[in-house]
Design a protein around this ligand. Structure first.
Ligand SMILES: Cc1cc2nc3c(=O)[nH]c(=O)nc-3n(C[C@H](O)[C@H](O)[C@H](O)COP(=O)(O)O)c2cc1C
Length: 390
């Protein structure tokens, strides 16, 4: 997503400055080229050399040693990021002060600016800092964090810099066209668990990666997103309305409650097709054999598809083998607007991997995509959604 993008990263004088090294590395891993500006205070915390190595670029620190840098660096940047952002730089930017290279570049830059504040909770709660942040956000600056947690001073409170992955997500969002602003998208993800007794359940290998990727991509593109997730070890995406569920019945219950205001339903959850006919209240004793009688779980998509005022429905067909005909039939029978077929037996496709190879089937056409990251698959699905709803 950040391939061919240039990030101008400002590092200011807070304890979290060392995290800028990891941020720089991760941005480069995403394909971005990174130019770093350090304030004088930042240099007290980490050396320019560390950031020079991480960015593989010269690090800029002085306004006057390279007289055109305050114009050239912003002119070549796609996005500016300040991480960590001190109370001082927040105050300077809010008041248009340009007394060093970073603050001058901020005024010369015309694109999106992302700031990741980090400071002691007393500083963060100070009314002046809060007013300054409000003023920056009202002018379109994107604020990510801070979080509550253990601070460098050993105290607990609000002021910890956001996780690197959340900062990167905010940068991606800043660089994304907002073509889903009008949509309210309900996404389901992950597996369901159908309990046999209080400790045992039937489930499947779904990790939730595809659904979470869709939720994050939709959010980046400006949609209002609700994510209903079965058990998953993934980080809950910031900015989505999130519900955690276990069984298919629970998932259906939350979908019904949340659906009324949604324009699109994307069912990427691997909902169990079967559940035990009854759940034992006590743990079933160990026996030589155990016969389980299974019954069908509620068919969520079919139920929603029958509604008069149905949302745009996107379903998934994870099949083993070339059973694309079955996916086409499933789309028609359940009145889905689009179905995403993937052959889970192919290498790099399906459960618990970061890539997928899918065919997007809708009412008008089919598009076979090559093996790509789940993030790219998510964007391809949303691209088609935008086309169809234009
Ligand atoms: C040990 C130490 C830690 C500091 N940590 C922070 C911090 O986390 N956040 C912050 O806003 N200021 C912090 N400060 C204060 C800033 O370094 C100070 O306001 C400085 O002028 C910021 O300059 P800059 O914004 O140009 O980098 C800290 C100061 C010291 C001495």
């Amino acid at each position: 997503m950040l391939r061919n993008k240039t990030v101008l990263l400002g590092v200011t004088g807070g304890v979290a400055a060392y995290k800028a090294v990891e941020l720089t590395r991760r941005l480069r891993d995403e394909g971005a080229s990174v130019n770093v500006i350090m304030t004088d205070a930042a240099k007290k915390f980490i050396t320019p050399l560390s950031l020079e190595i991480a960015s593989q670029n010269k690090v800029y620190t002085d306004l006057f040693s390279d007289p055109m840098s305050h114009i050239m660096l912003p002119a070549h940047a796609d996005v500016m990021v300040i991480a960590p952002a001190t109370a001082n730089i927040i105050g300077k930017l809010a008041h248009g002060i340009a007394d060093d290279l970073l603050s001058t570049c901020l005024l010369a830059f015309q694109g999106k600016v992302v700031i990741a504040p980090a400071m002691n909770w007393r500083m963060y709660e100070n009314h002046i800092v809060q007013e300054n942040l409000k003023s920056l956000v009202s002018r379109g600056i994107i604020q990510v964090g801070p979080e509550k947690g253990e601070l460098a001073c050993g105290e607990e409170g609000m002021g910890k810099m956001s996780d690197i992955s959340d900062i990167i997500e905010a940068i991606r969002a800043a660089l994304t066209r907002k073509d889903l602003l009008k949509e309210k998208i309900l996404v389901t993800a992950g597996p369901t668990r159908e309990y046999i007794d209080p400790v045992r359940f039937l489930s499947n290998r779904s990790s939730g990666k595809m659904g979470y990727a869709i939720a994050k991509a939709a959010l980046r593109r400006g949609a209002e997103v609700t994510l209903i997730s079965g058990h998953s070890s993934l980080h809950q995406p910031k900015g989505v309305k999130f519900f955690s569920v276990e069984t298919a019945a629970e998932m259906l219950h939350v979908i019904k409650r949340e659906l009324h205001s949604s324009t699109v339903l994307i069912m990427s959850a691997a909902v169990s097709d079967f559940m035990p006919e009854g759940t034992d209240r006590e743990k079933i004793e160990k026996t030589k054999t155990l016969l389980l009688r299974l019954t069908r779980t509620p068919d969520i998509i079919a139920e929603v598809g029958k509604r008069n005022e149905k949302p745009f429905i996107i379903g998934f067909a994870a099949e083993s083998g070339q059973k694309i005909a079955r996916a086409r039939k499933k789309r028609r029978e359940k009145n889905m607007d689009m179905i995403i077929f993937n052959d889970i037996t192919e290498a790099g496709s399906g459960f618990d991997v970061d890539t997928n190879r899918v065919v997007i089937i809708d009412r008008k056409k089919e598009r076979k995509l090559p093996l790509m990251s789940k993030d790219s698959v998510a964007d391809a699905i949303l691209d088609r959604l935008v086309e169809l709803r234009a």
